[in-house]
Design a protein around this ligand. Structure first.
Ligand code: IMP
Ligand code: MG
Length: 182
């Protein structure tokens, strides 16, 4: 079987457009938390690996006292998709009990990963738990979940760049681009 060869294709969202929207999201989050939890610390949870670029940019635009921790999860095989279970590859170092927690995700597609992750984190009794996702592909949804903060709603195409990959490639591209098979 020959290896599939993917190449970056047309730009869906260019760097300038992404960064402008990230700033808007940061302003919205800053205003909400300063209103609802004045003077309190916000813990950002960066979901590895896809959201490392987004988390880095977003965190630097927030006007809130923040901490950052990292978590890596993977969905179990397709047979267990409806059970919504995820495997924790790397857990947090932080005890989130009583803390304000914001999950920072790259993209919600089926929603299975995030929905399971949300349950795991809620069981740890944070003071508050919200979700910020850069991208949302509503057409791929299998479970009912949505982000509290949402960068862009996109059509159902496979995209890479700005942290997102195909076979671990293209995470370093500054733009978000559609993939084509070359
Ligand atoms: P889901 O919402 O459980 O289906 O999984 C979302 C995860 O799938 C994201 O965190 C990405 O890692 C990955 N993913 C979904 N769509 C894309 C895409 O278009 N490009 C790259 N990764 C994607
Ligand atoms: Mg991911």
């Amino acid at each position: 079987m020959s290896e599939r060869n993917f190449e970056p294709g047309e730009i869906m969202l260019d760097e300038g457009t992404i960064l402008k929207r990230v700033e808007e999201l940061a302003d919205e989050i800053t205003a909400d938390y300063n209103r609802d939890y004045p003077g309190e610390t916000l813990l950002l949870i960066c979901i590895l690996k896809g959201s490392f670029v987004f988390t880095a940019d977003l965190s630097r635009k927030l006007g809130i006292d923040t901490r950052i921790d990292f978590m890596s999860v993977s969905s179990y095989g397709s047979g267990t998709v409806t059970s919504g279970k995820v495997k924790i590859i790397k857990d947090l170092e932080t005890d989130i009990a009583g803390k304000n927690v914001l999950i920072v995700e790259d993209i919600i597609d089926s929603g299975v990963t995030l929905s399971a992750l949300r349950k795991i984190l809620l069981d740890r009794n944070p003071k508050s738990l919200k979700i910020c996702t850069l991208l949302d592909k509503p057409s791929g949804r299998k479970v009912d979940i949505t982000g509290d903060y949402l960068g862009f709603i996109i059509e159902d195409r496979f995209i890479v760049g700005y942290g997102l990959d195909v076979d671990e490639k293209f995470r370093d591209l500054p733009d978000i681009v559609c993939i084509k098979e070359g």
